[in-house]
Design a binder for this molecule. Sequence first.
Ligand code: ZN
Length: 59
Amino acid sequence: MASKGRGKFLRVTCLDCDNEQIVFNRAASTVQCIICGKTIVKPKGGKSDVFARVTEVVR
Ligand SMILES: [Zn+2]
């Protein structure tokens, strides 16, 4: 079950301010909303936790 461990780019909408931005789902460091500073992506052992609404997988 070797998934292609490349990670994906996700279009996400911030839950707090509705800002839309593109994030990488295997980010090596925390990603924050560029508008309000809310943490959107937190690294977690290879993959990342995403704390925003994912509206599209950009790939
Ligand atoms: Zn925000």
